[in-house]
Design a protein around this ligand. Structure first.
Ligand code: HEC
Ligand code: HEC
Length: 269
């Protein structure tokens, strides 16, 4: 059913493997983490009721309502400062534009982006609260991880570099760098940098756009970009991006620093 829809919506060409097949580890993990999650959700619920109770005054004996305490439900998967963990599908959050992070939290909350543990966790959190969490992770600056050791051939790496730097005009694929920035560090408010992400995460996200489990506000330009990529393109850009060394300054460029090739609905709601 899902597979048929994918075929209808995005003609990715004969012989293209279903992107769902790339995610066995992720689907298995959802079951494994169900118990931990239930604990986390209960924990977050408790933390929130404590927060509501102590909204104006700090109740004696209660832990302080700091942002670090609020995000305790997030850090087992995303790292203490949002630097990511060893799980290759758990993304880094630190230093991404606050508007982008906020958009993602809203998308998980309203189901535009699907990953059940995050969908459940955010279901009852208010928008103001989500904005504050987004601001918190956007301000963190832990160092970017060392580049991933490459498992692909030099030819595949070269193809990835070419798509990132130049795109493929014949197939109407814009250069990734035209939106993500010449240094791939993104732009405020809604375009994330592409450095410090693992290849598995990148290819899972591009697959998610292709089969519709990740969507953004219209015009969803990544859906249009991802629909034009073949499986081989995805492998190549994921490997190339993950091989990039950390720049001295990984902060996103300021709003309007460069003009996008076509509009994206990346302004926060
Ligand atoms: C069980 C592990 C887990 C927990 C707990 C968790 N996350 Fe996530 N989070 C993930 C995974 C996995 C993804 C990527 C999902 C996907 O494939 O789209 C993600 C994605 C995100 C994203 C989007 C990142 C990006 O670059 O697009 C944000 C923002 C985020 N999480 C914030 C949070 C916050 C805030 C909390 C705590 C309230 C939290 N997460 C708790 C696993 C988790
Ligand atoms: C027209 C502008 C545009 C182009 C071209 C573009 N992107 Fe994006 N990209 C975006 C926007 C906007 C987002 C944030 C979408 C959202 O809010 O969910 C994004 C998000 C992403 C993400 C998610 C990052 C994360 O942390 O989850 C990945 C991965 C990505 N793009 C890869 C690529 C690759 C690879 C290319 C080139 C083949 C590319 N993009 C070309 C605009 C673009």
């Amino acid at each position: 059913m899902l597979k048929a829809n994918v075929g209808q919506r995005f003609d990715v060409g004969a012989g293209t493997k279903c992107p769902l097949r790339r995610l066995p580890h992720r689907s298995a993990r959802i079951g494994d983490t169900a118990l931990t999650l239930r604990k986390l959700i209960v924990g977050l619920g408790l933390a929130l009721s404590v927060q509501t109770l102590s909204a104006t005054a700090q109740t004696p004996g209660q832990p302080p309502d700091t942002m670090a305490a609020r995000v305790e439900a997030c850090t087992p998967c995303h790292g203490n400062k949002g630097e990511g963990t060893t799980d290759v599908y758990f993304p880094r959050l630190a230093g991404k534009p606050a508007g982008y992070l906020y958009n993602q939290l809203l998308s998980f909350k309203n189901g535009r982006r699907k990953y059940p543990p995050m969908n459940y966790l955010l279901e009852y959190l208010g928008d103001q609260y989500l904005q504050e969490i987004a601001d918190y992770f956007a301000e963190q600056r832990p160092p970017l991880p060392a580049p991933a050791a490459s498992e692909v051939s030099a030819q595949v790496m070269q193809h990835g570099q070419s798509l990132v730097a130049r795109g493929d005009p014949a197939r109407q694929i814009p250069a990734c760098g035209s939106c993500h920035g010449p240094g791939l560090t993104g732009m405020e408010p809604g375009i994330p940098g592409l450095l410090g992400l693992r290849p598995n995460y990148i290819s899972a996200q591009l697959g998610a756009w292709r089969y519709g489990t990740r969507t953004a506000k219209a015009p969803d330009c990544m859906q249009q970009v991802a629909a034009r990529l073949t499986e081989a393109d995805v492998t190549a850009v994921a490997a190339y991006l993950a091989s990039r060394p950390a720049p001295i300054n990984a902060a996103p460029a300021g709003k309007g620093a460069y003009v996008l090739p076509f509009a994206c609905g990346s302004e926060p709601d």
